[in-house]
Design a protein around this ligand. Structure first.
Ligand code: BDP
Length: 696
């Protein structure tokens, strides 16, 4: 069992009674196909039924079939059975309903169009895989967010920035001629969880991807993805008019530059008529952008938006900007640059905002821009690839993290103005809505490196479909589809997943600490990192530990980043007594001996979190051992090995960080804690000569 099949495993239902029941309920299928998309849906349902039921279901074009699939237009049987207003109006919604006629059970999967049918089919398969009852289905669903997109940080040379699962999926050198089955399987996996867009190339982009040879390659991928309802997008290099067009400038207000983008965009649509649009990283970490010409982000985004508008394309303009020349708290910069531009963007522009204001840390408070730009559609950017969470070695289920951000209340329009409400467009009444997940997918046989890293791809898709789903429910669903329906195993694995991210926070960055990873590659501890070329790339900038205390004062007496939040939140975060302890050192600077809610001093509390974190990994190992025989040996063994590494690295994190902080606090480890194995120097001298995802 390699893990290649992801959650699309269609092995025969194990429970014999249930298998019999399903076999008696699904004997024949009526699915009239009139489009390529319906064709792939039909292929998938037949594949799934043949596998799950372990026998071929017969095709029956009459109303006597037990499973009837299609749209009212494509199927007269559906038209006769389902009233039009029962079917969701949304272009991607579906209805799955059980009917009993003449004491015969019939199940209908229908939608207004084939995209909804495709999603309905995948949902129905999920119901079977998770052993749900079909007796009384009445499931009417539509996605909350319209554009549900993966961002690949894949380079044209096959490397993946911050990618830990092998090299890039896209074999540019063999495209457009060669499109292996893997591309189709990628599309199937995405469609099965409702992902409907993919940005193929890195945000730190190369203008080459906009040249005709690469557009032909992109068009070949688009052709594979199209029947699965997935659009392709490209990261656009802002200086492409200079690099490709030979112009002297990329100034967004220059008529020649504008024309260049208009022509280029037209050309793209000739090759890819349903091209989705551009993702842009500009004036961030050395990337070119409108500010190079004294213009602002809206000037840049609007120029591209105008070129895309005639074709229905969108611009996703990233708010991940910071500059060490700006002498202020890095956490404040995106808000300072973007908030004044609210309402100045064209209708087809979204501002793409990372979940937190720094950079995909194991825990960050929500980004203050959410709720702060009511006149602009803003979208979420989550990172599925575990850049700061132990790569694909550590087990981190991020469903809980995504939910933590979604359910944060911005108070922008009073209580209940959650980030999810902002992103879904409900709060500020936007029609254009989107979400991005930085992909954790590569050429590894199991796609994501760690068998559990697949759950983050899965959870991302499910939450993008509906941010109200619970992390717990999604984890359970994923385990059922990926491993087993065994109740004991479900409970145990679910517990591991639900606790995993908090465990990592504990042994890496407890109590609001952040960005104390090793320099550059971000693997392993590096709280001592200083002199990294720029201050906001050092750890000491973020934790500010000295003999008196630790923490970044972001209150009114410090950088005042709290003031970027709406008053209720600003007051809570800004008050050391009210701030949730998980964000304590993010917003406050405390003395080592200050007393926390538990009665512990800050120092002792830090120690406790670090030790709890490492201990929790040990417990995960024990629980996992109990899964032997409950799931296949191959994946069991892989995870066991990875957990072993994780345990030793959790202790490495714990000991390195505590020894380092202790060199300031000068306080002892409270009694009863096992001593670090080495001294601080040892940890500081550890070197990594090869780390994936970064050029050494
Ligand atoms: C940081 C990564 C860097 C990315 C950047 C971004 O370290 O590799 O290019 O974010 O999001 O997390 O643009």
């Amino acid at each position: 069992e390699t893990g290649y099949r992801l959650w699309l495993r269609y092995d025969r239902i194990e429970n014999p009674d249930l298998l019999e029941k399903y076999r008696s309920q699904i004997k024949s299928i009526n699915f009239e196909v009139k489009s390529e998309m319906a064709g792939v849906a039909k292929k998938e349902i037949l594949l799934a039924l043949n596998g799950l039921l372990g026998k071929k279901v017969t095709l029956d074009a009459t109303n006597l079939a037990s499973l009837i699939i299609g749209t009212p237009e494509s199927s007269s049987v559906i038209k006769a059975m389902v009233t039009a207003n029962e079917i969701p109006n949304s272009p991607e919604g579906f209805l799955i309903k059980t009917f009993i006629t003449n004491s015969q059970l019939k199940i209908v999967i229908c939608a207004k169009n084939d995209k909804g049918v495709l999603y309905g089919v995948y949902h129905f398969i999920r119901l079977l895989q998770s052993n749900s009852s079909l007796d009384k289905l009445n499931n009417n669903q539509s996605p909350t967010i319209k554009n549900r997109i993966l961002n690949h940080w894949d380079n044209l040379d096959g490397t993946v920035e911050r990618g830990y699962a092998g090299s890039s999926l896209w074999e540019w050198h063999k495209l457009p001629g060669f499109t292996p089955t893997r591309y189709t399987d990628y599309a199937r996996a995405n469609a099965s969880i409702g992902i409907n867009g993919t940005v193929l190339n890195n945000v730190n982009t190369n203008a080459l991807s906009l040249t005709v040879p690469y557009l032909l390659k992109t068009a070949a991928l688009a052709k594979v993805f199209r029947p699965y309802g997935i659009k392709v997008y490209l990261s656009a290099r802002f200086s492409a008019p200079i690099e490709l067009g030979g112009l002297k400038t990329a100034d967004p207000l220059d008529p020649q530059v504008k024309q260049w983008w208009i022509d280029k965009t037209k050309e793209i649509y000739q090759y890819i008529p349903d091209f989705g649009g551009f993702l842009v990283k500009a004036n961030s970490e050395g990337q070119p952008g409108p500010q190079n010409y004294g213009r602002n982000h809206a000037d840049g985004a609007n120029m591209l938006a105008d070129a895309l508008a005639p074709f229905g394309g969108i611009v996703m303009w990233r708010a991940f900007v910071y500059d060490d020349k700006v002498p202020d708290d890095r956490a404040k910069q995106a808000y300072n640059e973007f908030k004044p531009l609210d309402g100045k963007f064209r209708e087809n522009v979204l501002v793409q905002i990372k979940n937190g204001a720094i950079d995909f840390q194991p825990r960050e408070p929500f980004h203050p821009l959410f709720g702060a730009m009511p006149a602009t559609p803003v979208m979420m950017e989550f990172q599925l690839t575990q850049e700061y969470l132990g790569f694909s070695t550590h087990l981190a289920y991020l469903g809980t993290m995504f939910k933590e951000t979604f359910s944060s209340d911005t108070y922008s329009k009073g209580k209940g103005s959650t980030v999810a409400q902002v992103i879904s467009g409900k709060l500020d009444e936007h029609q254009l809505t989107a979400i991005a997940g930085v992909a954790n997918i590569g050429s590894d046989v199991n796609w994501c490196g760690h068998p559990f890293a697949q759950s983050n791809w899965y959870a991302y898709g499910r939450l993008a479909w509906n941010p109200e789903f619970s992390a717990d429910q999604i984890a359970e669903e994923w385990i059922r589809l990926t491993f087993t329906n065994d109740q004991l195993a479900l409970t145990a694995i679910n517990k591991i997943m639900m606790e995993s991210r908090e465990t990592i926070v504990n042994y890496m960055t407890p109590l609001g600490l952040h960005h104390i990873m090793a320099r550059n590659h971000h693997y392993g501890p590096g709280p001592w990192v200083k002199n990294a070329g720029r201050e906001d790339w050092t750890s000491v900038y973020y934790h500010k530990a000295d003999s008196i205390g630790i923490g970044f004062n972001r209150t009114a007496t410090g950088s005042n980043a709290v003031a970027q939040y709406f008053p209720v939140v600003a007051e809570q975060f800004g008050d050391v007594k009210q701030v949730p302890e998980k964000y304590l050192l993010w917003f406050h600077r405390l003395k080592w001996t200050d007393q926390l809610k538990s009665g512990n001093t800050l120092w002792n509390e830090l120690v406790e979190h670090y030790y709890d974190g490492a201990k929790a990994v040990d417990s995960m190992q024990v629980t996992w051992q109990g899964m032997k025989g409950k799931i296949d040996d191959d994946r069991h063994e892989e995870v066991a090995q990875l957990l072993k590494i994780q345990f030793s690295e959790a202790k490495w994190w714990r000991d390195a960080c505590l020894l380092y902080f202790q060199s300031f606090s000068k306080l002892p480890l409270p009694a009863g804690y096992e001593k670090p194995q080495h001294d601080l120097k040892y940890y500081q001298n550890l070197k990594f000569n090869f780390v994936p995802g970064i050029k050494n």
